[in-house]
Design a protein around this ligand. Structure first.
Ligand SMILES: Cc1cc2nc3c(=O)[nH]c(=O)nc-3n(C[C@H](O)[C@H](O)[C@H](O)COP(=O)(O)OP(=O)(O)OC[C@H]3O[C@@H](n4cnc5c(N)ncnc54)[C@H](O)[C@@H]3O)c2cc1C
Length: 555
């Protein structure tokens, strides 16, 4: 069958009675159907790709007196982390004029001390934590990173590695006056092998730029996330970012083949191999994946990239309940199999926020739940036929009540924006309490309903969305302003709940500064102790990203 005259079967009807109709549509067209209405045109606005400007959240007002794991978007100035959380500065040296001269000599013109310029690098994306670093260094080469760390280690100066500063757990900005080492100028592709699909690049390459570069060569990056326009590949590896393609291409623990890392004393660990198989001893690179800048600075990455799929289709569907969301997932795993590349879910509260704050329009506005299903394959006719059969089935079995399809790039991007920009919409809604949890999928939404009931009117919105295909829930709670009583109602309840069902309190954002004290809800005492021992071995003076990821040793 010619792709341009592909026949799709859709069901729509009244009051649960489905009338079957054959809808002929072009491969490039998108269509929308709702049970109880006739097919109509998709109304979603087309959104520009995420840029650094778009990622910038609004400013915030009033201050909390003690630790609140929420954003402060209405604050004029974000409260200093050290004051907000009552942290004691560790006995690191303070940056002197002689230190600045050394850095200036090492990298002329790339040592930033201007107070205004530094502001952006001292505050996190959520505007929830703020440090007071007096110096930002912008190395361009591994040798420069090595020289910086060798010097800082000798001088006992603390260093905060920073990529795109899109981290959501307060790991990317200093707590006190740590030197910020930005990878922004380490943005060169070193090599790309079109036979193996292996990309080797510096750590400061922006994820979206890498993807654009690869697309020209018919490849893509194996990961994708809402922050792609700003986050760096080094930051992605340091946080072991998950994102939207993990379901299909797996975690960075599988796709990263090699790393080049500068250790705290300035020595270089070259594990930058491009081998898919290498069983010669311990796999040291794994130690640095997800280490959040506490064990070394990643300077280059070797990563396996998949071919750019020839046919991408996206279905944005409405489900009547979470149980149907789950059944649709198991059905689509069975029926779409190898072409399934993403399965995301969002509750209707998320969609309302995206509509209210970003003026985007959900094509299935009245559905209690939305799911976004992406297929990526090499044969459009085959993929579309599979998708048609699947949609026919889920509509007929009442798992799905409405939906829209897209196979054209701009429309696919517009639909993805509804999912990717939820984080941004939440920041416009007030104070946000963010939780990023792994749970058995069947339990995933129970936590949201439970929390909604528990918090009642003390919360403005309690929303749930996430990478359902990976068992990953983003639970977000918004309120008009910060309140200790609200925080006390959420924590540690949310962590206890997660632990009770053997979940993880951080599925993909890491622990950073904000969650380090809760590590015990997901890791045993022995595991935490071993992590602390690794830290001591690799960074005996503790200069790398202090106050982050691990609680201080108790003995
Ligand atoms: C809109 C939005 C959507 C997001 N979606 C997702 C998502 O789907 N999945 C997900 O996992 N995360 C997501 N995030 C979180 C964030 O984007 C990721 O954690 C990302 O990987 C951070 O990369 P970055 O370059 O911004 O790192 P930064 O924020 O700069 O740093 C993060 C941590 O890594 C360390 N670090 C950075 N670079 C290096 C380096 N070269 N060497 C050693 N340590 C380093 C920092 O010290 C810090 O601890 C999202 C964030 C936003 C704002």
């Amino acid at each position: 069958m010619a792709a341009s005259s592909l026949s799709r079967c859709c069901y729509f009807g009244h009051h649960g009675t489905f009338a079957r109709m054959q809808m002929r549509c072009s491969r490039k067209a998108s269509s929308l159907w709702v049970n109880g209405s006739s097919p109509c045109k998709m109304t979603t606005k087309i959104i520009r790709p995420l840029t650094r400007t778009m990622l910038k959240p609004p400013t915030s007002h009033s201050l909390a007196k003690r630790s609140l794991h929420a954003t402060q978007l209405h604050l004029q100035e974000v409260m200093l982390t050290s004051e907000r959380y009552g942290v004691q500065r560790l006995p690191f040296a303070r940056v002197s004029d002689a230190d600045l001269s050394f850095f200036e000599c090492l990298m002329p013109g790339r040592v930033v001390t201007d107070v205004d310029e530094l502001k952006l690098f001292n505050v996190d994306w959520l505007k929830s934590v703020r440090g007071c670093s007096k110096v930002l260094l912008k190395p361009q080469t591994t040798v420069e990173v090595s020289e910086i760390l060798r010097y800082c280690n000798e001088r006992n100066l603390a260093v905060n590695p920073q990529g795109g500063n899109t981290g959501l757990v307060g790991g990317s900005v200093p707590v006190f006056d740590e030197i910020i080492l930005s990878t922004a100028l380490m943005n060169q592709v070193i090599s790309f092998d079109t036979v193996s699909g292996i990309l080797v690049c510096q750590a400061g390459c922006i994820l979206e730029n890498l993807n654009n570069y690869l697309e020209e060569l018919d490849f893509i990056m194996p990961l994708d996330l809402g922050a792609k326009g700003s986050c760096h590949i080094g930051g992605n590896v340091a946080t072991n970012a998950g994102g939207l393609r993990l379901l299909r291409y797996g975690s960075l623990r599988g796709t990263v083949l090699g790393l080049e890392v500068v250790l705290a004393d300035g020595s270089l660990l070259n594990c930058l191999t491009s081998l898919r198989k290498d069983n010669t001893g311990y796999d040291l690179k794994q130690l640095f994946i997800g280490s959040e800048g506490t064990l070394g600075i990643i300077t280059a990455v070797s990563i396996l990239c998949p071919r750019k799929p020839k046919a991408v289709n996206l279905a944005f569907l409405g489900c009547p309940s979470f149980s149907q969301v789950l059944q649709t997932f198991t059905t689509c795993k069975g029926m779409l199999g190898e072409i399934l590349s993403a399965y995301e879910f969002m509750d209707s509260e998320c969609m309302k926020l995206v509509e209210r704050h970003l003026t985007l329009t959900s094509p299935v506005a009245d559905s209690p739940f939305c799911v976004l299903i992406e297929t990526s394959g090499s044969n459009s006719t085959h993929d579309e036929e599979k998708l048609s059969h699947f949609l026919e089935h889920v509509m007929a079995s009442n798992l799905v009540i409405a939906g829209t399809l897209a196979s054209e790039d701009t429309k696919i991007k517009a639909l993805w924006a509804l999912r990717e920009r939820i984080t941004e919409a939440l920041t416009c809604d007030g104070a946000v309490y963010k939780y990023d949890i792994s749970l058995p999928v069947e339990r995933l939404y129970d936590l949201v309903t439970d929390m909604r009931e528990r918090l009642g009117r003390s919360a403005k919105n309690v929303v749930g969305y996430g990478h359902l295909g990976d068992g990953n829930l983003h639970l977000n709670i918004t309120a008009e302003s910060y309140s200790h009583s609200l925080l006390d109602a959420i924590e540690p309840y949310v962590y206890e709940w997660t632990s009770k069902y053997q979940g993880s309190i951080s599925a993909e954002h890491g622990l950073g500064f904000k969650k380090k004290h809760y590590i015990h809800y997901s890791k045993s005492q022995e595991a935490v102790l071993l992590m602390q021992q690794f830290k001591t071995m690799l960074d005996p003076k503790g200069i790398l990203n202090p106050y982050k990821m691990l609680p201080a040793k108790t003995t």
